[in-house]
Design a protein around this ligand. Sequence first.
Ligand SMILES: Nc1ncnc2c1ncn2[C@@H]1O[C@H](COP(=O)(O)OP(=O)(O)OP(=O)(O)O)[C@@H](O)[C@H]1O
Ligand SMILES: CC(C)(CO)[C@@H](O)C(=O)[O-]
Ligand code: BAL
Length: 361
Amino acid sequence: MRGTMSHRTHLYLLATTPSKLLNINLASRRFPAFHTSIAPIITNTISLFDLARIPSGNGSSETRDMSTAANASNTPMPIVHPTIQSIRSMRKSLNPAVSVGFVPTMGALHEGHLSLARAARSQNDVVVASIFVNPAQFLQGEDLDKYPRQLEKDVELLREVGVDHVFAPASDTMYRENHVTYVEPMGFDETREGSFRPGHFRGVATIVTKLFNIVQPTNAYFDAAQCVLIRRITDDLDMDVNINIMDTVREEDGLAMSSRNAYLTADERERAPVIYKALCAAREVFESRLARGLEEVTADDLRDVVNNVLQTESLIKEIQYIAVDDLEQMRPLETVGSEGCIISLACILGSVRLIDNIVLR
Ligand SMILES: Nc1ncnc2c1ncn2[C@@H]1O[C@H](COP(=O)(O)OP(=O)(O)OP(=O)(O)O)[C@@H](O)[C@H]1O
Ligand SMILES: CC(C)(CO)[C@@H](O)C(=O)[O-]
Ligand code: BAL
């Protein structure tokens, strides 16, 4: 990766005049073989491909037809931006009527991330994904150093779903010397996940705020695990971005896809679906009781159902929590009615900490 990266940067440095830059970009877009042989392109310049897709005067934009483009093997490589300056100048080059879909990730991409990217692709003119393993959301002693990193493979996966730009900054690009400002979502350290990972949500809120400030998306995409926090910060801080919450994508046996599943041994992986099985058992109880005319179910009952299923698996060494929270603020509920809830849990299976959740309504 490193060798080819310098080659690509060199290519762009050579293209100092706008006409040369235009030629290189258009050549690479038109003749994918040329592009992929040098791809992914790392740039500090604006992609003129985006300029070419600026909406015309009537505001209607040329959006890709993803039925063909995203699936085509010749979909162009995304432009990789390692600097804030580079992604910003791309963003500033876009006509205000262009919609920008944004998918923030920590990389080591799986089908869950790609489902968010596909949704962004189908609903926006330009799609940006970020890949940044955010140190501020890891606690001391957590897996920051061993967190899987595979930029080249990730960029290829994002190409396949038609992502246009990848923002992949280094740590010291996002947290420069003397960084002192953080976004503190009050009360989140008192949620069950927050109490096991104090400071984690502050790290997520800070990086998401920074990424939104940089990318200025029209739409951003997350799954339910993050939705309460993200909705809170965008609402509290008056951010002009639509938050789109997508379903959690699961393996065929129900295990929620997660970059950390790579830590599981074969035996642990085989047993891990018990987590989703436990959450589904709670859903069955909730739905059947409401169907029988009960107005609410107690959180204790739902927790007991989840706990009983988890207890059947001897590889589960510790159940850290089973939380039944409201969907607005992630505050604990005593009873759950038609307004629904989110049941979240964290447990240690073998040596790996796994989290999962299910939304009931
Ligand atoms: N299985 C999934 N289905 C849909 N979205 C997902 C899934 N897993 C993660 N996401 C979403 O992808 C975005 C980026 O998350 P992140 O890169 O931290 O992935 P992750 O797989 O959850 O990582 P980890 O293994 O650290 O928990 C978040 O909005 C997250 O909610
Ligand atoms: C949103 C995100 C990309 C922030 O780092 C992700 O890691 C998460 O879900 O916390
Ligand atoms: N999506 C979860 C990221 C984390 O555990 O830090």
